[in-house]
Design a protein around this ligand. Structure first.
Ligand code: APR
Length: 246
C-alpha cells in the first residue's frame, strides 16, 4: 500500500488526532529557502554572524538588514498545498495543533489556528528594554527600529544559544505525548525541537515523517513519505476525500 494511503488511514482513524511538527521544508515550495539544503541559508551565511545575540549586539543594523530581506520574502510568499491541507485537517478535527520551527506565518495564512512558534516570528520585533512586541507588516524603515521607550528592538526570534520560551516547549511536549505526530520538512537536528517526536514514540504514539530525504528521525518513524510536502499532502487529501473523510 502506498505510504500516503497508510497515512490517510491513520489520520482518519487516529484515536486522539495528530499534531503537525514542521520545519523549513514545508515552506520550501512557497519559495522560502531552507537552512541546510544545497541552496540553504547556512550555505551562504554564517549563522554565528547573523543569528546570535552576540552578532546582533555587535552589528544590529546588519542583522536587521538580513531579517528584513527574509521578511520581504516571507511577505511575498503564499501558503502551499501542504499548509492548506494541514489547516483543513485542523478544521475537521484530525489535526489538533501545529508546532512549527518556522518563523514565517504561512500556517496562519493557510488557516491554521492553534500554532506554536517554537523559534518565534520574523514578522515581530521585541524591545530589548521593556519587552514590548510589535507586529511588522513590512520591514522597519529605520534599522535598528526603536521602541517608544527609547530602546532598540530585535527580531522576535530565537537565536542560536538562546532558550526557547518554556511555556511553548512545555505545551509542545504535552501535545506530542498525547497525539500521533506528522513530522514535516525538518532535518531533525536542532534541539530541543528535534526531541519532540521521541516523546510521542515514548507514549506509543505514531510518528510519520514527510521529507524527500532521510533524517536522524527516520529510523524511529512508523511511516515515511519520501516526497515533497506539497505532493504528499495533495495525495493524502485526495484519498481522504475519496474515502469520505474530507
Ligand atoms: N517538502 C518536505 N521537506 C522538504 C522539502 C519539501 N518540499 N524541501 C526540503 N525539505 C526538507 C529537507 O530535506 C530537510 O530535511 O526539509 C528539511 C529542512 O531542514 P533545515 O533546512 O535544517 O530546516 P529545519 O529543520 O526547519 O531547521 C531547524 O534550524 O537554523 C535553525 O532556527 C532554524 O528553525 C530552524 C532550525
Amino acid at each position: 500500500m502506498e505510504p500516503e494511503r497508510k497515512v490517510a488511514e491513520l489520520i482518519a482513524k487516529s484515536e486522539n488526532g495528530f499534531v503537525a511538527l514542521t520545519g523549513a521544508g514545508i515552506s520550501a515550495e512557497s519559495g522560502i529557502p531552507t537552512f541546510r539544503g544545497e541552496n540553504g541559508l547556512w550555505k551562504k551565511y554564517k549563522p554565528e554572524e547573523l543569528a546570535t545575540f552576540q552578532a546582533f549586539v555587535s552589528n544590529p543594523r546588519l542583522v536587521w538588514e538580513w531579517y528584513s530581506w527574509r521578511l520581504e520574502r516571507v511577505l511575498k510568499a503564499t501558503p502551499n498545498k501542504a499548509h492548506k491541507v494541514i489547516a483543513e485537517l485542523e478544521r475537521r478535527g484530525y489535526v489538533k495543533a501545529v508546532i512549527t520551527q518556522n518563523v514565517d506565518d504561512l500556517h496562519e495564512r493557510a488557516g491554521s489556528r492553534n500554532v506554536v512558534h517554537l523559534h518565534g516570528r520574523i514578522d515581530e520585533a521585541r524591545c530589548l528594554g521593556c519587552g514590548k512586541i510589535e507586529r511588522l507588516s513590512e520591514p522597519p524603515s529605520n534599522l535598528p527600529p526603536k521602541c517608544g521607550c527609547g530602546e532598540i528592538m530585535r527580531p522576535n526570534v530565537v537565536w542560536f544559544g538562546e532558550p526557547l520560551r518554556q511555556e511553548d516547549m512545555d505545551y509542545a511536549v504535552r501535545l506530542c505525548m498525547r497525539h500521533d505526530v506528522l513530522v514535516i520538512g525538518t532535518s531533525s537536528v536542532v534541539y530541543p525541537a528535534a526531541s519532540l517526536p521521541y516523546y510521542s514514540k515514548e507514549m506509543g504514539k505514531i510518528v510519520v515523517e514527510i521529507n524527500p530525504e532521510s533524517t536522524p528521525l527516520s529510523p524511529i518513524a512508523d511511516i515515511t513519505i519520501r516526497k515533497k510536502a506539497g505532493l504528499a499532502f495533495e495525495r493524502i487529501a485526495t484519498i481522504l476525500k475519496e474515502e469520505g473523510f474530507l
